[in-house]
Design a protein around this ligand. Sequence first.
Ligand code: C2E
Ligand code: SIN
Ligand code: SIN
Ligand code: FE
Length: 393
Amino acid sequence: MAPPFNQDLMVRGDPVSISDLGDNRLEALQAFNARLVCMTVDAASYEEVVQGVARVLGHDACALFMHDALGRELVLQAAVGYPGLRPGLRIGCDDPASMHAQAFSEEYLVHVDDLANQPGVKPLDPDLASALVVPLISARGPVGVFDFGSRTQGTFTSAEIRMCTMLVDQMAYSLENLRLLGELSSSRDAVIRGMALLAEIRDSHIAGHLNRICAYAKHLSESLQSRPGFHEVTPAFIDMISRAAALHDVGKVGIPDSILLKPGKLTAAEFEVMKSHTVMGAELLEGLMQDYGKYEMIIMGAEVARGHHEWWNGSGYPHGAMERDIPLAARIVAICDVYDALTSRRVYKDAWTPEETFATMRENSGKQFDPELLDIFFAKPRELLAIRKRYPD
Ligand code: C2E
Ligand code: SIN
Ligand code: SIN
Ligand code: FE
């Protein structure tokens, strides 16, 4: 049956340079496979997911519908920016005027850029000019749809559609994860991980980076435990930094692609823009806490986001903080981040060998890096190699 309205249908995973990563995530999804049926997460965690997505993407409106298999309906779980909608709203999966039903049953994204001139389509809100509906597809098939609305036309460019699609794909993964763990507390982790991954994916950093950063940070903080002067490093600290380290670059979601993905060297002006990823990341996380309440891991994530490019001698950014004025978690991640950046390929450089990396970082001991932490980090080089092996690009 022909769709009742004009639309841009885009096959998922189609036009992007990140297709490799999509495949990796597909594999990750498949790893969870068989055990998952449909989702029974509670309302509060959906609320958090939608708030997190709305905050990251910043559109006028955003809503999450999940499939009710019995009723053959999509049920609104949570919404931001739709004052007229209440959770529980239902849309029949075969409603011909519904973009949501269409996206769900075709497993395609549906994009309408001119709602006013599409009389066959029922928008969720009369003030919207354009809308994007992305199916939420789990390892077991479609489970719902994410809706994005905008009061202006032209919001959903192909780059924006890719962003939304990637985030929704990540949410499918997170929601499944969440269900697996079956704990409300994990939904916060799911949101956090979703955002961190989003930043990473766009950066076309290879998939392993996030896992390695967390593993290096865990390794280094474990080595600090029970050393004099590091009473701060408790098992809880180690547990937190092993996850919060993934947040160091969430602020990169705010850096334009033209800078983030530039193949060559950045100009001074571009680098100034790039530097803002530290403060933007911290503010994003601090903003999340206004929505959710204080949460220790997010506090640490904000410290790490803000402080991971500060230098021991005070010549880093954004604030030029020095020595122990830089939070310990940020000093740890600064080392792990640069170690991983140097030993990995980037759009602007080749991967260095561990020896070259060691030598260069050594030269910067006491300048860029906390000298004591750096010694401890390199004290077990085999562990570093093992982490790289465990999480390849
Ligand atoms: P990134 O690529 O993840 O690099 C993180 C940090 O690793 C860098 O922070 C820097 O401290 C260190 N690093 C990376 N590559 C090198 C290198 O070739 N030599 C040395 N000595 N250190 C290196 P930094 O410099 O503050 O850069 C932050 C982010 O800015 C980078 O993250 C990257 O996303 C971007 N960036 C920096 N320089 C360039 C560039 O020339 N071109 C492009 N396209 N992006 C750049
Ligand atoms: C993906 O996230 O797997 C692909 C996203 C897209 O192609 O838009
Ligand atoms: C950056 O520091 O901006 C990039 C850090 C990283 O993810 O390697
Ligand atoms: Fe960074």
